[in-house]
Design a protein around this ligand. Structure first.
Ligand code: MF3
Ligand code: CO
Length: 246
């Protein structure tokens, strides 16, 4: 796998900070009545105004700058005419490209008053990320991350999406290794210092099975129950991790 130098990591700080700030900007504005397409327009304008490029736009033919995934949409929701309503949970996943590098992160927003189950799902998904990085440092086995994520999700009665994973990131949006949110402790490659990876638990209230809609992207839970997503770009250090998008 691809290990970054300190110079390269320094160059990654900017796209990562833009992603972080853009998600904050969206979180401050997202509200009932808005369409997912309007959320995407905010993301496009923000990233362009920051002097960066939206990495997702045109990636493998993806038609937007952000993935905007409402309720039963797990990931890769193509923004459009869907109206966001009170009680929805909306995950926004975006990447920015600047200085020759990508940054990538996602948050799930609560729209107004949401059910206790959705609130718990969003909280636990975020906690899964932090469980995943607990004790993570150079030399940690890759699947220790997934093991911790899965344990926390399942002990809360939720399931881990298997069809999508985290990934390395750098000059390409998706680099080796793939970073699953499940697994057997102590297995997989040992992560070296300087590895930069996206850790992104995708957690469902019901089944982990997904269907992809005819648009070729939008992934929905096959039981129609909600799912949440939380992601950051993380550097593996000798003594821990550094989160670039927080
Ligand atoms: N941020 C997403 C990821 O982690 C990228 C979505 S795929 C795209 O992989 F086509 F929308 F870019
Ligand atoms: Co990602």
């Amino acid at each position: 796998m691809n290990v970054k130098s300190e110079e390269e990591i320094a160059l990654m700080r900017e796209p990562c900070a833009i992603v972080r700030d853009c998600l904050k900007f969206v979180g401050d504005r997202i509200r009932p009545g808005m369409t997912t397409g309007e959320v995407d327009a905010i993301v496009y304008e923000f990233i362009k105004a920051s002097g960066a490029e939206p990495s997702c736009l045109g990636y493998c033919g993806y038609p937007a700058s952000a993935c905007v995934s409402v309720n039963e949409v797990v990931v890769h929701g193509i923004p459009g005419d869907r109206v966001i309503r009170e009680g929805d949970i909306v995950s926004v996943d975006l990447c920015a490209y600047k200085n020759g590098f990508h940054g990538d992160a996602a948050r799930t927003f609560l729209i107004g008053e949401v059910s206790e189950e959705k609130k718990k799902l969003v909280r636990v998904t975020e906690e899964c990320f932090f469980r995943g990085i607990e004790g993570l440092k150079a030399g940690t086995a890759l699947y220790d991350i997934g093991y911790s994520v899965q344990k926390h999700a399942e002990s809360n009665g939720f399931s881990v999406i298997r069809a999508y994973t985290g990934h390395g990131i750098g000059r390409e949006m998706h680099e080796d290794p793939s970073v699953p949110n499940y697994g057997k402790r102590g297995t997989g490659l040992r992560l070296p210092a300087g590895a930069v990876i996206c850790i992104e638990p995708m957690i469902a209230a019901g089944t982990f099975r997904v269907n992809v809609l005819p648009d070729g992207w939008t992934a929905v839970t096959s039981d129609g129950k909600p799912a949440a997503h939380y992601e950051n770009t993380v550097v593996i250090r000798e003594d821990g991790v550094e989160i670039l998008t927080l």
